[in-house]
Each structure stands twice: as structure tokens, then as C-alpha cells.
Design a protein around this ligand. Sequence first.
Ligand code: G3I
Length: 342
Amino acid sequence: ARAKGMRFGSCTAWAPPGADRGSFANPDYAALLEADCGILVPENEFKWQALRPDAEHFDTSRFDAMLAYAKAKGMAMRGHTLLWQKPQYYPKWLNDYDFGAQPRARAEAVLTGHIETLCRRFGDSIVSFDVVNEAVDEKTGALRDSSLSRAIGGTAPLIDLAFHTARAAAPRAQLVYNDYMSWEPENEAHRAGVLRLLEGLRKRGVPVDALGVQSHIGIKNEGTVAQVVAQQTGPWREFLDAVTAMGYALVITEMDVNDQALPTDTAIRDARVADYARAYLELMFGYPKLRDVLVWGMCDKYSWLNGFTPRADGTHQRCAPYDAQFRAKPLHAAIAACFRGA
Ligand code: G3I
């Protein structure tokens, strides 16, 4: 990646020393990060739920420890996320907030206070922020509302304010809109909604540099990989062409390959996952403004997918570059091959 002016990276978590987690504090996991990564992103430690115990306070201690680790190892850092526009991921106090007699002014102050504090503190250490995450409803393509958007009078003005505030407070950082619309056919309404949002942001002159393409992709069990990929390529290219034509860069922010639908045989699963990822990345690497490629975890054992879509056979998802014994899998080789060819 470095030879191509690109970066490969992963999320990592805070955990107490010795914990069996996907943490930089777990020596087995840290070894994977140090072998492969030029950039990290906190899996949870930079979210409102983690940083804001209440409306008055910030607790950045877990993120501070992660940032110190990254700096010591010469790795860059992403910030995820300044506003996750899904009420279930707002802290409870924010969902229940009483915005008083002047709700708009109060809500703007809550949002800008959060973003300014973090961007001023970390704007020179974080190279890229997911300023807004997942604001588009995956089924309807409409913008999601929340306590903040209702008080401000709409989700679009809330999003605009988040980006303007981040740009002013962290002028050197890349600002990203991040979402999980993906290339599988069931994401059509989601893609259309994200496109509408990105068009509106450009028209209104909102400072957004890139689309974060989360890339939680999933391989099905029907057809060959080539057949599946052939069906998905056309609409996905149209989407990416429209996004990049508006001047947005692309970042792969959270890639993994969900293999819940595949049979138990490890060799078959690993080959299919690797082939699917390679086809996806080859397409993505065709866009020259893609510079950063991050996976959502280096190791199968610690992936969120084991909880989100557990496999019926009880085995770990084989979704990440390394298996539960920390051995590199065909997915790792596929990613490396894409960087070599980029
Ligand atoms: O840390 C607490 C622990 O103290 C408590 O006992 C336990 C009980 O539920 O919860 C723990 O917190 C969990 C946290 O992960 C840390 O493990 C939360 O419940 C759980 O909701 C949280 O899930 C995270 C999820 O985002 C929601 O924040 C996943 O780890 C994380 O992988 C996932 O990441 C998201 C991205 O931010 C956005 N894109 C999609 C991606 C996958 O869902």
C-alpha cells in the first residue's frame, strides 16, 4: 500500500491488558496491526456513547490510549464518528434531552460543542473524520430523524452544520460521509438515498471530501462468484461514477466479508470469500481517488459479525484477513494482491 501512496488499516478496540479482544492492548492482535496497518480507527471509542457520559463531560481516556499507541507505532488515525445519525446509537441522555424554549439554538449548541471540542483536540492527530455516519434509511432512502434533527428542524440542516463545524475546527482533516450502502442488489434504495444526500451537500456547498464506503459485503451460496459479481458490477459502477463525478473521493472504511450463507467447509469458504473480496477490491481500486482501505477487524475471532449474524454451525465467521489462530487466510493474500496490482 505504501508503495502506491495508499494505506491499509483496521479498526481496533480499547480493552484492559490481557483481555482476549480485538484490541491494541492484546499482544496477539497488536502483532497483526503492526504487521500490516498504516492507519487505525477506533471500533467504538470515538462514538458519543463512549465519549459522552452526560451532556457536560467528555471522557477521551480510552481513545487517548489508542492514539498514543498509533503514534508510537507510526500509524495514522481516523475518527469514527462525530455524528451517528441513528437514534439507537445516541446516548440515552441525548435521546431524552430537553431542548427547552429555543430548541434549535440549544440543539445546535450541543452538536457544535461536541464537534468543536473533539476536532480542536484531535484535528491534527486524526487525518480523516467520519463526520456523519449512516444518516440514510436503508429501506426508504430517506434521511433519518432524531432528537437533534427534530430540534434543529430537519436532518439536512443537522448534517450541514456538522460538516461546517468540523471544517472550521479541523481544517486539515479529510471530512467523510460514511454509510453501508453496498454493491449487493438489495441496497438499491439505500444507494439512491445516499446519492441524493451527496447531491444536496454539493448544491449547498457543504464541505464534504469523501464518501466512506463501509464495505460490509456478503457472499451468497448461489452461483459462482463470477456470476454473482457480474450481476452486481453494473449498478455499483454507476453509483461510484456518479459519486466521483461530483468530486468526492472514496474511502473503504469498514470492509469485511459476511460468510453466514456458506457451508461449513473451511477451504471452500475461504476461497469464496477471497475471490469475492478480490473482485470487489479490483473494481474499487479502479477509482484513483481511493487511497485508504480499512477492514473492520483483522481477525475472525473478534469480529462484530459473530454476534450480528452468527453462523448456524457455531463456527466463527471467516470474514477477516486472519483466522482465530492469527494465521493469514486467503482473504489476506487477496487484499495484498490488489495492492500489488493497484
Ligand atoms: O462495552 C460494553 C460492555 O461494558 C457491556 O457489558 C456490553 C453489554 O451489551 O456492551 C458493551 O458495549 C458493546 C460495544 O459494541 C463493545 O463491545 C455494545 O453493546 C455494542 O452495541 C457495540 O457494538 C458495536 C456497534 O458498532 C454499535 O456501536 C460494534 O462493536 C461495532 O463493531 C459496530 O460498528 C459499526 C460501525 O460503528 C458503523 N458501521 C457498522 C459497524 C458494524 O455494526
